[in-house]
Design a protein around this ligand. Structure first.
Ligand code: APR
Length: 314
């Protein structure tokens, strides 16, 4: 077997990740799901697309967590997604139980893997999974910032009428309603967003509307389709898998463990991270202005509140 990628949770996000890894030819995939038949069915369905995708990889599905043995990468999406009217934090109790089951299995069968957590509430579930597995913090990270940033880039590019590929930006903080879009560090083909505002390509009001929208667009999608987003979360997780496996060392916003960076200790929260073959290799500390720092700390405090609840439950 070549590179082994295990996906724990073969629901909407897990299934989409499996397809995208095949499209990108990243490795052999093991889909695991507690629901009988789901992982097997999706693995067979995706396998049927391999000749068309020109991908010579093996995709298997199982209910047995033993099958994750010696994976290089594990992506955890197991758990329950939110429904209309729910916040991500409402899932803490139910998904913490799932993290316990999944975490014990990772510790037993694949303690050397690089683990990406997608299950919500993201920052707290990432903390819990690291605690349960005992895997070094550099090798357990959460997927949120890539998605939040991608959403921001998309809406900004749309409003400006420019290519999504030209927008560069970063979103910091917890994966929740307090996430912080770094407007000062946003550029469009190298041109600062502030200059775009001065050049009247976009109004400050429109930018503020977009910032507001990326905080709530996850909920907007739930109201449309009754369950939470999965194409963009899956694409974002795959970006992280690729960065790790191909040692790309891109600066990617993800939920990482802070040891005093940004003045924060002992918590997982979204920050820019250099992702490469050694996992979360470096946390990039951007100099924040007073108001940006204030917003960031507000977001950290929201994560801390849910973490307190999780610590009691664990
Ligand atoms: N072990 C393995 N699989 C599990 C377990 C478990 N202990 N508990 C639940 N699952 C599986 C479910 O059977 C389901 O197929 O996890 C899958 C989750 O898939 P979906 O319900 O389709 O949810 P999805 O949209 O993929 O989101 C997964 O990611 O973004 C977060 O909020 C989202 O927490 C949710 C998670």
């Amino acid at each position: 077997m070549g590179t082994k990628i295990s996906l724990i949770g073969a629901g909407n996000i897990g299934g989409t990740i499996a397809l995208l890894t095949a499209i990108k030819n990243l490795g052999d995939v093991v889909l695991v799901d507690i629901a009988k038949g789901v992982a097997k069915g999706k693995a067979l369905d995706i396998s049927h697309s391999l000749p068309v995708l020109q991908c010579n990889r093996k995709i298997t599905g199982t209910t047995s967590l033993k099958q994750i043995k010696d994976s290089e990468v594990i992506v955890v999406t197991a758990g329950v997604p939110r429904k209309a009217g729910m916040s991500r934090d409402d899932l803490v109790e139910i998904n913490l139980k799932v993290m316990k089951d999944v975490g014990r299995a990772i510790k037993k069968y694949s303690p050397k893997s690089f683990v990406i957590v997608v299950t919500n509430p993201l920052d707290v579930m990432t903390w819990a999974l690291q605690k349960i597995t005992g895997i070094p913090h550099s090798h357990v990270v959460g997927m949120a910032g890539v998605l939040d940033t991608s959403r921001f880039k998309f809406h900004l590019a749309e409003a400006l009428g420019f290519s999504v590929q030209d927008v560069s930006s970063s979103v910091l903080g917890g994966h929740g309603d307090d996430m912080v879009a770094l407007l000062r560090h946003t550029t469009i083909s190298g041109i600062p967003l502030e200059d775009m505002i001065k050049m009247k390509k976009i109004t400050r009001q429109k930018v503020n509307e977009i910032v507001k929208r990326i905080r709530t667009c996850g909920g907007e999608i739930i109201t449309y389709m009754g369950t939470s987003a999965y194409y963009s979360p899956a694409a974002s997780a795959v970006e992280m898998v690729e960065c790790y496996l191909r040692d790309q060392k891109k600066i990617i916003p993800c939920s990482a463990y802070l040891r005093g960076q940004y003045g924060v200790k002992g918590i997982y929260v979204g920050v820019p991270v250099v992702l490469g073959a050694n996992g979360a290799e470096k946390i990039v500390e951007i100099n924040l202005k007073k108001d940006e720092k204030k917003e960031f700390i507000k977001s950290v405090n929201s994560v801390s509140d849910v973490l307190k609840v999780a610590k009691k439950l664990i």
